[in-house]
Design a protein around this ligand. Structure first.
Ligand code: GUN
Ligand code: ZN
Length: 419
């Protein structure tokens, strides 16, 4: 049994996070007790000023792109061609991929990420290696072998039947009901023939898998999709292949008209909002309020490596900053609370909010029965004296405050031993 003591971050039913002092008890991989009140001096980790927080969940990131962060000055499609495809080609070398997967996993733990919805590359062995490594460490989540059969260098393309077979194998070995599962991951419509999209749709249906892809990130991409698919609506290209389901996560979704927004809400697909990536590539600013008001479920993701912030706290902050700018641009000003998430809502989003959207009922919360995926955080600022402690933490955030990252009850990162 391990006991953690401090200010416990919990999510209220209203989509806000709250903090109260107390003690968390962990046995094996689960939280077995949460008691509020004072913080006794006998806990294993923490004290009154410590924040005990659920591990963060990043719902959109690309593992092979961690070393490509910061390649500035290109819009999406040239960036993919000139920066990302060469980076992803390196994963055809399994030794290279393996070393990078270990390094990326450590980087995730160091910023408090314990749950991921991640893309690997088209290389089957590397995707399997990533799934095994992340499962072994104890991460929650999905990783997908990227499916692409057109419009990239030949080393990154595979025939659709080969991809269907390989992805089926990932789904058999990492089924949807497991803590670490394979995802069906067609890169985006421009990388896929209709045959490949159909394979992806039927694989997802037969295995009940999460689907990850990109949707309407830039105007040039939307134009290219319209041209390639005979003027069809972008969302419809995916829907026709059975790829718009309650378990679909669409990265970005900036440029959706109201008909597509309504259809997406009806079909239940999620949009992974990626505010840092959207600004880094100059793709645009997603209007979060507009999506929410039409009933679309939103998650939040770092989108490394278009996104440049590994830390979900910083991505949460970028979500707030983007909402402020969108609201000002819309002439609403900064006082319209319907448009601008609070820090408490952002903390909720990167923990329980993302977990709930994905149906991960035992993740993202400090509650009895939940998986013990927890962070022990020691801010070096008098945050509890602030009139808005969670806002102070989010805007003054320093990754070095994370002292311990616990996955399934086991300490997997400690700042004391970080090199
Ligand atoms: N669209 C298709 N592939 C990608 C990718 O790797 N990153 C981003 N941001 N958008 C994409
Ligand atoms: Zn992406």
């Amino acid at each position: 049994m391990i006991t953690l003591g401090g200010q416990i971050l919990q999510s209220g039913p209203d989509g806000h996070a709250t903090i109260r002092p107390g003690v968390v008890e962990i046995a094996e991989d689960r939280i077995v007790g949460v008691e509020f009140g004072n913080v006794p001096g006998t806990v294993d980790h923490g004290d009154f000023d410590t924040l005990i927080c659920p591990g963060f969940i990043d719902t959109h990131l690309h593992l092979p792109q961690f070393d490509a962060i910061g390649a500035a000055g290109l819009r999406l499609l040239p960036w993919l061609r000139e920066v990302i495809f060469p980076a992803e080609r390196c994963w055809n070398d399994l030794g290279f991929a393996q070393a990078m997967i270990d390094r990326v996993a450590r980087q995730c733990l160091a910023v408090g990420t314990t749950g991921v919805c991640a893309y690997a590359t088209v290389a089957h062995d590397a995707a399997m290696t990533a799934l095994k490594a992340f499962r072994e460490i104890g991460f929650r989540g999905v990783i997908g072998q990227v499916m692409m059969d057109r419009d990239a260098p030949p080393e990154l393309l595979r025939p659709p039947e080969q991809l269907a077979d390989e992805v089926a194998r990932t789904l058999e070995q990492f089924p949807a009901d497991q803590r670490m599962a394979a995802a069906v991951t067609p890169r985006f419509a421009l990388s896929c023939s209709e045959t490949l999209l159909e394979h992806a749709g039927s694989l997802a249906a037969s295995h009940g898998a999460i689907i990850q892809t990109h949707l309407a990130e830039t105007v040039a991409e939307c134009d290219a999709v319209a041209q390639r698919f005979g003027g069809r609506d972008y969302l419809d290209v995916y829907a026709a292949a059975g790829l718009v389901t309650r378990r679909s996560i669409f990265g970005h979704g900036i440029y959706l008209d109201s008909a597509s927004q309504k259809r997406l809400a009806q079909l239940g697909g999620m949009i992974a909002h990626c505010p840092t990536a959207n600004s880094f590539l100059g793709s645009g600013m997603m209007n979060r309020h507009s999506h929410l008001s039409r009933g679309i479920t939103l998650t939040l993701g770092s989108d490394i490596g278009a996104g440049f912030e590994r830390s979900m706290v910083r991505v949460g902050r970028a979500m707030i900053e983007t909402a402020v700018r969108v609201s000002m641009d819309a002439g609403r000003g900064v006082d319209d609370s319907a448009w601008i998430p609070t820090a408490a809502q952002a903390w909720h989003q990167i923990t329980a909010g993302n977990a709930e959207a994905l149906g991960w009922n035992d993740s993202g919360r400090v509650a009895v029965g939940c998986s013990a995926d927890l962070l022990v955080i020691r801010p070096d600022t008098p945050w509890l004296d602030s009139p808005q402690p969670l806002s102070t933490l989010m805007f003054a955030w320093d990754d070095r405050w994370i002292k311990t990252t616990i996955l399934r009850g086991r300490m997997r990162y400690s700042s004391a031993s970080a090199s």
